[in-house]
Design a protein around this ligand. Structure first.
Ligand code: ZN
Length: 360
């Protein structure tokens, strides 16, 4: 079992309840000592992410909540003579990588006897939470901006989650969720809760298994950076156990208009209007921004930015290879083309979300 502590005061995560932040000081919870990678506990008879340990390192659980997440395809292709591998995370049950994290989080909720929980996302996280909540019999209430429409909202509604539309900017939906939490609601936040990171770590384990070696570099979009942080923890755990011998370089990609990680790295205030078609990474203040920058630098990776034209071109180029993704996922293509000659092979692009989810 991996231990969770507050990153500010060290208070451990309690044995009951599902607080989203430290009950003593309000700090973020994280696996500060890293997570463990134990191949002796792997079970090839189990499906998807759950073959990497019966409890994924969550602790004692009696019942796993799963929709068959994980075990996504890895396709290899040559671009300008370079070996590029495409990890199709959009092939997860609700059409995005978020399912790995939500399977872990909702498993925790279920095993801690949570009956209702709230979230604030009109995007992939909201859709994923709604699906896993439906599967587990947890009543989901999701705060979304009044203006949110399109396939993701319809997907959330289809799973039967209660939708609460909130007027004004995106942040108002988060504030409304927070108000509900203050009056006793459980907050199934994909950004605050640490459990999702264990699910994302399985993407690293699976990737190394499929490649038969460690990637040279991994390129992925970063908003709140959960996938990046979870995969970095996974690679670090494999490195510690001797399963791989070097950390892959981690390349985080953000849109030009919404690149707070670049500002953080340069020690500058973030200025940007976050008007981008890459709605999945429209995050101006990533909660774990400092940790993302640290992981990128420790891995000798970098942060790349991509223009809106680059996103459109990336979507087109990927589609021509047979990969239909949403704009957020397409960020990785342009970034890869910018630095393809600087990265060690194999270079892995993570395609995070399905093209079917794209708003008209
Ligand atoms: Zn604390």
């Amino acid at each position: 079992m991996n231990s969770i502590q507050c990153i500010d005061c060290g208070t451990p995560y309690p044995d009951s309840g599902v607080p989203y932040c430290c009950i003593r000081c309000g700090g973020l919870f994280d696996y500060g000592d890293g997570i463990s990678y134990n191949p002796t506990e792997f079970d090839q008879n189990r499906k998807g992410i759950w073959k990497f340990g019966t409890d994924l390192g969550i602790g004692t659980i009696e019942e796993v909540v799963t929709l068959g997440e994980g075990n996504t395809p890895l396709l290899e292709t040559l671009v300008d003579g370079k070996e590029i591998c495409i990890k199709c995370e959009y092939a997860n049950p609700t059409g995005s990588f978020k399912d790995r994290g939500m399977a872990a989080l909702v498993t925790v909720l279920r095993n801690r006897n949570v009956k209702t929980a709230v979230e604030d996302s009109s995007g992939n996280a909201g859709a994923s939470f709604a699906a896993y909540a439906a599967k587990s019999g947890i009543a989901a209430r999701i705060y979304i901006p009044e203006s949110a429409s399109g396939p993701k909202r319809r997907q959330i509604e289809a799973y039967g989650a209660e939708i609460i539309p909130i007027g004004g900017p995106r942040v108002n939906a988060a504030l409304a969720a927070m108000n509900a939490v203050r009056t006793g609601a459980n907050y199934a936040s994909h950004a605050y809760q640490p459990f999702n990171l264990l699910g994302y770590a399985t993407c690293a384990y699976e990737l190394v298994g499929q490649l038969g070696r460690a990637p040279g570099a991994v390129i992925l979009p970063a908003g709140q950076g959960g996938l990046l942080l979870g995969m970095a923890k996974g690679f670090q755990a494999m490195l510690n156990s001797g399963a791989i011998h070097a950390m892959p370089r981690v390349v985080a990609v953000q849109p030009e208009t919404c690149a707070p990680l670049v500002s953080l790295m340069n020690g500058e205030p973030f200025i940007g209007d976050c008007q981008t078609m890459a709605e999945g990474v429209r995050i101006s203040q990533p909660l774990r921004g400092a940790e993302i920058v640290k992981q990128v630098l420790d891995s000798k990776g970098c942060i790349k930015v991509v223009s809106e034209a680059g996103i459109t071109k990336g979507r087109h180029e990927l589609a021509k290879l047979g990969f239909y993704v949403e704009p957020t996922s397409a960020l990785v293509w342009d970034a890869a083309m910018q630095i393809i000659n600087e990265l060690p092979e194999p270079i892995v692009l993570i395609l995070t979300g399905s093209g079917y989810k794209t708003r008209d």
